[in-house]
Design a protein around this ligand. Structure first.
Ligand code: HEM
Length: 416
């Protein structure tokens, strides 16, 4: 593994693929000597989003405590000013980000969250679980007799998209369209994107508007219909918020859940002792194994905050307007919180202290659903394809945002 200079710039989209994951050696150096590290802009970085750039540098947080506290303090570290992503956006792009739940100003965010939160709670979600189980089983049914497949798109990617379609009450004949659009919209940084892919977000927005019209006329029991007709203090969500929420969900729950299902297989392949332990008692070990995968290989590399006033993080002065980069991979390997943090251990007692779902007001709304989906799918795989292993070269996404594998050939004994 190459030795990284402490001046390594995180705006190198090839850094994560070239190392096979986040630069932990670098994060350890910074955490020890320079825990709130200044990352300057990079001349060579070109944003995949036309018009967006990274013209301003940013502070990278590597300590668990700093990522935790900054994530919980929206008043001083805003997701709204500048938006939640590290790119410096053009005004119209920023307005789109700010209409989205992840970038709303705190008052609007609190109101929208009150309305949507119950839909992600156990009472509303549990009735959907049998459908998630069915989707997971069908995905594995389709590959089990084949003995090999490309795991990212034949398996892992299908689960979040088809679950999303089921939850939102999207008619069956549109599921494949949503699968294609969801992949294209989520993989913003994929260099093989076509012009058609670039329009995926707008197409999803149009699809949301059509579907919302149908559900307004004919309510059903889907999460989307309940969001459209639901009220808090006598108020409904407005149209743009509803449609943007649909698009956000189609993207937010996608690459993330897919990525975790992929890292799971990758890590079990690389740690056969842990895979054997898991298979010795799947019921006992699976939930914590998923937490440890999330801790060890978080699919999201970072989100952003912007300081609303002159302040301090640890002993580092931060000026009003400065950008702050919340590094989830670095926080998750902080030895102050996790003993022997670079060890992959599915029995780790505090694995779920990871920050891979964020924390604070913008904590992942879909964490419960993601955990359920992952358990449903991975239980099918581990019990039905117990000798699944990597059978070719993996390809990682060139990205500063996602720790994502884009191609993972696997093989297993075909199911009779
Ligand atoms: C393993 C899977 C997932 C991971 C690792 C993940 C990660 C995250 C992270 C780190 C955030 C915090 C953003 C911030 O603080 O700025 C977030 C927010 C969010 N996630 Fe997830 N996510 C996952 C799955 C899902 C799923 C399945 C859904 C829904 C179907 C979802 C919906 C959302 C939404 C709506 C937000 C915004 C919440 C807000 O701003 O109030 N996520 N997610």
């Amino acid at each position: 593994m190459p030795v990284l200079s402490p001046d390594t710039n995180l705006l190198n989209a090839n850094l994560v693929p070239s190392l096979g994951g986040p630069p932990h050696e670098l994060f350890d150096q910074w955490r020890g000597q320079d825990p709130v590290h200044w990352n300057p802009p990079s001349d060579s970085y070109v944003s995949p989003m036309p018009g967006a750039s990274v013209s301003q540098g940013f502070w990278v947080l590597t300590r668990h405590q700093d990522v935790y506290e900054v994530s919980r303090n929206q008043q001083v570290f805003s997701s709204h000013d500048g938006g939640p992503i590290i790119w410096d956006l053009e005004p119209q792009q920023l307005a789109m980000q700010q209409a989205n739940i992840m970038g709303m100003q705190p008052q609007n965010h609190a109101a929208v969250k009150r309305l949507v939160l119950p839909a992600f709670g156990p009472k509303e979600l549990e009735p959907f679980y049998p459908q998630v189980d069915r989707v997971a089983k069908e995905i594995v049914d389709a590959i089990a007799p084949r003995g090999q497949c490309e795991y990212v798109f034949d398996v892992a990617s299908k689960l979040p998209v088809y679950t999303f379609c089921t939850l939102m009450g999207i008619p069956e004949e549109l599921h494949d369209t949503v699968f294609k659009l969801g992949n294209a919209a989520a993989d913003t940084e994929n260099p093989q994107r076509s012009d058609e892919d670039n329009s995926a977000m707008l197409k999803l927005l149009a699809l949301a508007a059509d579907l919302a019209d149908q559900k307004r006329r004919q309510p059903d029991n889907s999460m989307f219909s309940r969001l459209i007709h639901g009220e808090v203090d006598g108020e409904k969500l407005d149209e743009i918020t509803i449609n943007m929420f649909f698009v956000t969900l189609s993207i937010a729950g996608h690459e993330t859940t897919r990525g975790t299902a992929v890292h799971f297989i990758r890590l079990m392949h690389e740690h056969p002792d842990q895979f054997e332990l898991l298979k010795s008692d799947v019921d006992q070990y699976l939930p914590n194994a998923i937490e440890e995968v999330l801790r060890y290989s978080p699919p999201v590399i970072k989100f952003r905050r912007t300081a609303t006033e002159d302040t301090q993080i640890g002993s580092q002065a931060i000026a009003r307007g400065d950008k702050v980069y919340l590094s989830y991979p670095a926080a998750n390997r902080d030895p102050e919180v996790f003993d022997n943090p670079h060890k992959f251990d599915i029995t780790r007692p505090n694995a779920n202290k990871h920050l891979s779902f964020g924390t604070g007001p913008h904590v992942c709304l879909g964490a419960r659903l993601a955990r359920y989906q992952l358990q449903a799918l991975l239980r099918q795989i581990v019990t039905r394809l117990p000798d699944i292993h990597i059978a070719g070269e993996q390809q990682m996404l060139q990205s500063i945002w996602f720790n994502a594998v884009m191609n993972l050939p696997v093989a297993f004994t075909p199911e009779a």
